[in-house]
Write a protein that binds this ligand. Structure first.
Ligand code: ADQ
Length: 736
């Protein structure tokens, strides 16, 4: 069975050093609970920051602690205090957290935070790399480690890597504000599977990958040069049974077994039985909409005075990140608001808001869930929000009303709750009235549907679903047809050396030079000439440059060299020292299509039109990627309906649509060169769709190599232009 490596910022355990022996307890956070079954029941190892420094203890204590962690299947990633300050409190909490929750005004863009974030992600990668093998499967969690998937990928090209984001992924317009946006997206794309709570977060990520880095997505798959990355939605659930069982047990307690909290609440209801209790529980974070909730509650008291003395809001806020100024400010604001509302409306017999600023053990939380008729959850932005789910699971009699913000990820799967906009105070005030007056039968009917869903898709299912998808994606990866050239290159060198007569078909753009945004700027450089001259100086070699460019450009660049040349995808061949047509063609059709191409240039900023002897081309590498893609589909549709009576075909390359005489392609040109010779070593390298014609036409024994992409007929793939050049350089040195 594959071992599962879990990685998160913190380890899922707490260590207590106060006694003689170190004590360890398992964490109760959502992540620790969620991953419990995966971590405990399978072969696994969890990497994270252990919250102690090895410097603070002697050798013996350290050994004891590390052994204890190891026994609990945990492996520490040690971080220096300065890095914790800059990577965790800095970049994670003051840059990514606010920006991803749409608090642009709180986002700090500090280079030292970013440098530390990179460094710590690298420390995680290095620590993990020491202990894992390519046969393991890795699951990385959350926004603290966005760069880690790519860093691990660098070290383990075939490793199965999954990543799950627990917070929202913001829309492109917000994400683009980050100076390090491209690096972060590239970092995440090191994974094979990227999981999000909702479809919105998934599509925001897809749009960022497309708009920032130009990666195309096909449905929910992002296609990179040599890999495919699957994106999917896995809405995180809770340990449903735990809450249900605990609530049931508490409900049936005799008076003497009740806890202080339960007694306190009983007293509250005893004094006035028709009173209602509203609960709200969250970390005191600006994303949770706590001030909004208080304003809305005040609006409710003001608008509906008949409920004065009849309703109490019990607000529990857990202290969090209290060293960050915005949190301190918000704490002050909340304190003042609570004071003002209680002062204005409260009396001797009744306090409108009971406010507790502290963390409570899970058991006490369940008692509160159980006792309150209404849960008021109003985040202004929340990745998922588990409290909403926990509240319902803790209602054994199915009574209770959930009021939930539409800005929480959980609202997507909880439409039977009362869904509100957290910025609409009147709507929230009205929803409280609706909740108070909701008939019990309706409460039960709504909650049954909600709870069924929570029970089915619990946290265990969430974790196993994610892992299954990750394993599927990893297995699928292994079936990619072409193999990395790295693994076979020595075999190819051997064959090359033995051969007496060789022919090498080499594409130009994207294969020998980087794909340039401006297609006019991709001139060959000095090193490229040296390389090609060296290859073609071997009398056993025939080098053929096979390009889609017009013949004049190819002639300018290579006309005086020793190679053979193909231009315009095979329309022109350079033979016997002059350019010749592949076959006779007419170009009268061009006048019909030229205005159409021109029209697309006018309507698509950044695109350009190129006329070659036997083709018309529309390029859009500099256009907005989405607009370009849409227009390319429109253009293709439009010309497809018009080419029926002409001997024409449409070719689609990287950010280009070309219309040209049919039956002419690079494959036909390659066959032409092969016809009158008996080569015993045939090789072709190319990077796009047009080169597939060559791969298709060459004999099976040929070495066909695609630069990047995995959708190919080629037998091998190679990583990129630099790798092609290195490979050809090594090849040219192979002499008998
Ligand atoms: P959080 O922002 O922490 O999590 P949430 O999903 O609501 O938000 O989880 C909070 C957890 O803390 C709950 O399990 C709750 O029981 C507990 N809790 C809250 N207040 C408490 C208190 N006073 N005392 C004790 N425990 C308390 C992040 C994202 C969320 C996402 C989760 C999981 O911000 O959007 O749902 O991760 O992916």
């Amino acid at each position: 069975m594959q071992r599962i490596i879990i990685v998160s910022n913190r380890l899922p355990v707490s260590l207590d050093f106060s006694g003689e022996k170190v004590d360890i307890t398992s964490g109760i956070g959502g992540l620790a609970t969620g991953m419990k079954s995966v971590h405990q029941d399978r072969e696994s190892l969890w990497f994270g920051w252990p919250r102690y420094s090895p410097r603070d203890m002697n050798k013996h204590k350290l050994e004891e602690t590390e052994n204890l962690l190891r026994k609990n299947k945990c492996s520490p990633v040690y971080l220096e205090k300065k890095d914790i300050d800059n990577y965790y409190y800095g970049f994670s909490n003051r840059t990514l957290w606010p920006l991803f929750h749409y608090f642009m005004q709180y986002t700090e863009y500090k280079t030292e935070y970013w440098e530390s974030y990179k460094k710590v992600n690298r420390i995680f990668a290095d620590t993990i790399a020491k202990e894992i093998t390519e046969n393991d499967i890795v699951w990385v969690h959350d926004y603290h480690l966005l760069l880690l998937p790519a860093m691990l990928r660098e070290k383990f090209p075939d490793l199965g890597i999954g990543f799950f984001l627990h917070i929202p992924f913001p829309s492109y317009e917000v994400f683009r504000l980050l100076p390090w946006r491209n690096e972060l997206v590239e970092g995440m794309l090191g994974a094979d599977l990227l999981g999000f709570h909702t479809y919105d977060y998934e599509r925001h990520f897809r749009s960022c990958a497309h708009r920032l880095l130009g990666y195309d997505a096909d449905f929910n798959t992002i296609k990179m040069d040599t890999r495919e990355i699957k994106l999917d939605v896995f809405p995180m659930g809770i340990d449903y049974e735990y809450f249900e069982n605990a609530a049931n047990e508490k409900r049936n307690r005799s008076v003497k077994d009740k806890t202080d909290i339960q007694r306190e609440i009983d007293r509250y209801f005893l004094s006035a039985p028709d009173r209602k209790l509203i609960i709200s529980i969250d970390r005191l974070d600006y994303s949770k909409g706590i001030p909004n909730r208080l304003w809305a509650f005040e609006r409710f008291l003001e608008k509906y005075p008949e409920y004065l003395e009849k309703v109490t809001l019990m607000m529990l806020a857990t202290p969090t990140r209290s060293n960050v100024p915005q949190y301190q400010k918000m704490k002050q604001e909340v304190d003042e608001l609570v004071g003002r509302i209680n002062g204005k409306y409260g009396g001797i017999n009744w306090t409108p808001i009971w406010y507790f600023y502290r963390a409570l053990p899970l058991d006490r939380l369940i008692e509160l869930y159980l006792a309150s008729e209404i849960a008021l959850i109003t985040p202004v932005r929340d990745g998922m929000n588990l409290v909403a789910k926990e509240y319902l699971a803790s209602k054994p009699d199915n009574k209770g009303v959930l009021i939930l913000s539409e800005m929480a990820g959980s609202a997507k799967e909880m439409s039977e709750a009362i869904i509100i906009n957290p910025n609409n105070m009147d709507e929230i005030a009205d929803s409280i009235v609706e909740a108070i007056n909701m008939p019990v039968e309706e409460q039960i009917a709504r909650n049954k549907i909600l709870k069924n869903r929570l029970k089915r898709y619990n946290v265990n299912k969430w974790a196993t679903d994610f892992l299954r998808a990750l394993k599927d994606q990893t297995a699928y990866k292994a079936t990619y047809k072409p193999k990395n050239i790295k693994a076979t290159k020595f075999h190819i060198f051997k064959k090359y050396k033995k051969a007496k007569k060789r022919i090498l078909f080499i594409d130009y753009d994207g294969t020998l030079t980087h794909f340039k945004k401006d297609p006019k700027k991709a001139m060959p450089d000095k090193n490229l000439y040296l390389l090609l001259d060296h290859l073609s100086s071997d009398p056993k070699n025939e080098v053929v440059i096979v390009s889609g460019r017009d013949k004049n450009t190819i002639d300018n660049w290579f006309g005086n060299r020793k190679f053979k040349l193909v231009a315009e995808h095979g329309s022109w061949l350079y033979k016997n020292n002059k350019w010749q047509r592949f076959r006779e063609m007419n170009d009268e059709w061009k006048e019909i299509f030229e205005p159409i191409f021109q029209w697309y240039v006018d309507r698509t900023p950044g695109s350009l039109y190129e006329e070659k002897d036997y083709s018309l081309t529309w390029h859009y590498p500099n256009s907005d990627p989405e607009l370009g893609k849409n227009r390319s589909i429109e253009l293709k549709d439009e010309i497809t309906s018009l080419i029926a009576n002409h001997d024409l075909e449409i070719m689609e390359g990287k950010k280009v649509i070309e219309l040209k005489s049919s039956g002419i392609n690079k494959g036909q040109a390659a066959l032409y060169y092969l016809a009158d010779n008996s080569y015993d070593f045939i090789m072709a390298i190319g990077d796009d769709w047009t080169d597939e014609y060559i791969f298709h036409e060459l004999p099976k024994s040929a070495y066909t190599i695609r630069v990047g992409s995995i959708n190919t007929e080629a037998r091998y793939f190679i990583d990129g232009v630099d790798a092609v050049r290195d490979f050809l350089k090594e090849l040219s040195k192979q002499k008998v």
